[in-house]
Every structure is written in C-alpha cells, then in structure tokens.
Design a protein around this ligand. Sequence first.
Ligand SMILES: NC(=O)c1ccc[n+]([C@@H]2O[C@H](COP(=O)([O-])OP(=O)(O)OC[C@H]3O[C@@H](n4cnc5c(N)ncnc54)[C@H](O)[C@@H]3O)[C@@H](O)[C@H]2O)c1
Length: 287
Amino acid sequence: MTISETAGAGAPAQRSSRGRLDGKVAVVTGGGSGIGRSVVDRYVAEGARVVVLERDAQGAEELATHGDRVRVVVGDVREHETHARVVEEAVRVFGRLDVHLGNAGVYDYNERIERMPPEELSAAFGEVMDTNVLGLLLGARAAIPELRRTGGTLIFTASSSSTFAGGGGALYVASKHAVAGLVKQLAHELAPEIRVNAVAPGATRTALSGVAPLDSGSRRLADETGLLGAIERTVPLGFVSEPEDHSGIYVMLADHRDSRFMTGVMIASDGGLGVGRRPRRGDRGGI
Ligand SMILES: NC(=O)c1ccc[n+]([C@@H]2O[C@H](COP(=O)([O-])OP(=O)(O)OC[C@H]3O[C@@H](n4cnc5c(N)ncnc54)[C@H](O)[C@@H]3O)[C@@H](O)[C@H]2O)c1
C-alpha cells in the first residue's frame, strides 16, 4: 500500500481548504502550553493532525478545542513506554507519522553553580537533563521506524542557550548544548531518509517552569517581569517574543517542499543575539 493510500486511515473527513501540512500527522511533546501549544495550533491550521504528549492535565484538557484533529496522551517524556504509546496512537488513529517534534523542557532559572545546594545537584541535573535531552532521545527512538516509512522528519526545540552562555544556569545551558549535539549526530546517522533539524528560540513569554530540587518547580517565566525586562533592554530587536513568533519555522521544517535540502541545522529565532547586545542610545560602539 502506498503512503498516500494510508494517509486518511481512521481520519475525520478532510477539510476543503488546502494547508501546507494537509495529510501530515505530527507528534508534539509538551504541546499543552507555550511554544508547543502554538505549534499544535499552527499545524492544525495548516491541515495536520497531531498527537500531543503532555504531562500537565489542564494543558491536555485545553487541547479539546481542536476536536478530533488532536489526540492527547498524558504522560512523561522521560519514559520510553509513553513515547511508544504516543507513536502507536498516531498510527492507530491517524494512519501514519510524518513529523516528530521533541519540545517539552524545563528551565533552571539561571541558578549559578555556587548557589546550588551540593546535595541537590544530582537530582536537579537528573531532572533537567532527563527532560531536555533524554526526553528527545526517547521520542526520536520511538518515532524513527514510522518516520523511515513516510520519509518523515525529526524536529527539536533547542534554545539560544544551545549556542550562548548566560541565558540560563549551567544545567540548562549544558542541556541545550546537548540538544545541538543531538541534532548533528542524529542528522548524520539518519540521513538520507530522515531529516533532523531544530528551532532555537530566544526569550519567549511562556509558562516555562523550573525544577523542584532547585525550588523553582512552580515558577513561570512569564511572571518574571524583572528578568524579561532586562532581556528586552539587551536583545537587539528589543522585545521578548511570543510563542507564535516561532511557529511558522516549525511549519517550514515539517514541510518537505520548503526544507528538503536541510538537515543538521538549528534555526535561531532569538531577536538577533548573534549580532551582540543592543547598543544603548548614543553608544557608537567600538572597543
Ligand atoms: N520560553 C523561553 O524563553 C524558551 C527559550 C528557548 C527555548 N525554550 C524551550 O522551549 C521548549 C518549550 O518550553 P516553553 O517555553 O513553551 O514552556 P512551557 O512550560 O509553556 O511548555 C513546556 C511544556 O512541556 C511540558 N513538560 C515539561 N516537562 C514535561 C515532561 N517531563 N513530560 C511531559 N511534558 C512535560 C509542560 O507541562 C509544558 O506544557 C522547552 O524545550 C524550552 O527549553 C523556551
């Protein structure tokens, strides 16, 4: 049976308008909030059907507004069995899998190494690394057989902290640098069948949380007005982004027609951090 014959299996009637992702099926981890939620909304608007893996029950419930175009599995990205269930759900309900986005993540709230209680360091390291790195590896491992079948693609949410220091503490920056390594290595291993790319956002107004061992499990980035204000003053484009500012890039990476010669790439969407801090008014630069 060809790919196009299987495309509609178990699906609701196709919508009449054409979207860039019509007929595609995607998995999005952490799709109940922030950047992931905005990708889910945009993928659906472009005609895709989506299975979301989300640990937060409320975020999962709110996805019901998408009706039968979105299925949700409530679970943890740190568990292999959960990823296997998500991929099975995509194939059972929607007939295939074209795009797997590893996006769920946690932050360390810029905790400096000297301020981390040494007895909590292993637990904090485990939570950040297991969520931000192992979670992506487990998702990729579960998705690869189906992506090989469809000539699909892996996408990760990296960060400006995949390139620069100072946007997080040692745990977050190390975890996001590891994501940059995963993009390169998996692109190398999985070519030519599966493309592997990432979007690297800079500061974005979301509910991004910290981790319990650093006492930041209930913090939300969007509430940190001091931190966000400082970022606005230094980022070259002069504002903190909203989740929707990045979602079109995820569409491009999911759409073979627009990115079929791209693999192993991390696309920055960070307000221009690569050109340095925004000069102050009257500051003519120089050394
Ligand atoms: N907000 C930013 O400034 C920013 C900047 C660069 C990169 N990022 C990255 O973007 C990604 C999405 O974060 P966001 O900012 O949208 O935050 P968010 O908290 O709004 O979204 C993250 C989602 O992942 C879920 N999640 C977290 N841990 C999970 C787990 N173990 N299992 C299942 N689901 C889990 C959360 O419940 C949440 O719904 C993360 O990888 C983050 O590192 C965020």
